[in-house]
Design a binder for this molecule. Structure first.
Ligand SMILES: Nc1ncnc2c1ncn2[C@@H]1O[C@H](COP(=O)(O)OP(=O)(O)OP(=O)(O)O)[C@@H](O)[C@H]1O
Ligand SMILES: [Mg+2]
Length: 232
């Protein structure tokens, strides 16, 4: 296993062309080691979601390279890219994006169905749902649970394929303060318990307390001196 689960080298993203071109990211270089808990912070429009979408292989950089779990993702064609994404990356969004006509358990199992690795998946899903405190809710339909519970289901779904990295864009942005606190606590405990790497975009840096690294973005660039590292 490579030492770094993520390497971003000189990534640049330009949206559009000519006079209307927008440079959303420039000169982005950083690495993430397995098991790290990383925040991406910066003001609105600074490029946080653009960066997360590049790392999540939902969009490609216009220049530079992104290595996920040692694989240079620019070498993957679109077919390989989607299966690589499904196996190596887990996603959590601001809105939990659950399918309301499926149960909690069925929602969690979806990435395994897509991957074609359903053997043993139900038991693993149950174990994970127990870890996040939702064992008793697993047969409920996804539209019959609270927003905070739905976000915990989304977290479980992001973990079911044992991804190299879980990416979250404002995972607490749509929650009340109590649910947000529970969610942060859960993400940090999963990080420790499973040695799961997390990269989280947030506008609420204090909410997350102490973390391994903070990447601060301003006008599409990493702010010098703010790629701070702190020990847990
Ligand atoms: N699809 C797109 N086409 C053109 N420009 C875009 C596109 N997506 C983002 N941008 C521009 O790129 C820049 C960075 O946007 P991005 O969404 O990454 O910011 P952000 O830091 O996530 O902001 P917020 O905190 O508001 O979510 C902005 O100037 C934005 O207008
Ligand atoms: Mg954003």
């Amino acid at each position: 296993m490579p030492d770094n689960v993520l390497e971003v080298h000189n990534a640049e993203k330009i949206y559009g062309e000519g006079e209307t071109a927008v440079t959303a990211l420039q000169n982005i270089t950083f690495t993430v080691k397995k098991g790290e808990f990383i925040l991406i912070v910066g003001s609105s429009g600074s490029g946080k979601s653009t960066l997360l979408n590049m790392i999540g292989l939902l969009d490609r950089p216009t220049q530079g390279s992104i290595l996920v779990d040692g694989v240079d993702t620019s070498t993957l064609d679109d077919n390989h890219l989607s299966s690589f994404r499904n196996s190596k990356l887990g996603f959590i969004f601001q809105f939990s994006n659950l399918l309301s006509d499926l149960t909690v358990l069925e929602n969690v199992l979806l990435p395994r169905k897509i991957q074609g690795t359903v053997d043993g998946a139900a038991q693993e899903a149950r174990t994970l749902l127990k870890t996040v405190g939702l064992e008793s809710q697993m047969h409920k339909f996804a539209n019959k649970i609270s927003g905070g519970q739905a976000q915990r289901v989304a977290i479980t779904r992001a973990l079911i394929n044992k991804p190299a990295i879980v990416l979250a864009d404002e995972p607490t942005g749509n929650l009340d303060s109590i649910s947000a606190e529970t969610t942060v606590h859960l993400l940090k405990s999963l990080n420790r318990k499973l040695n799961q790497t997390f990269i989280i975009v947030t506008h609420d840096r204090p909410q997350f307390g102490e973390v391994d690294k903070i990447v601060t973005i301003k006008d599409g660039r990493i702010v010098e001196g703010e790629l701070e590292t702190s020990l847990r």
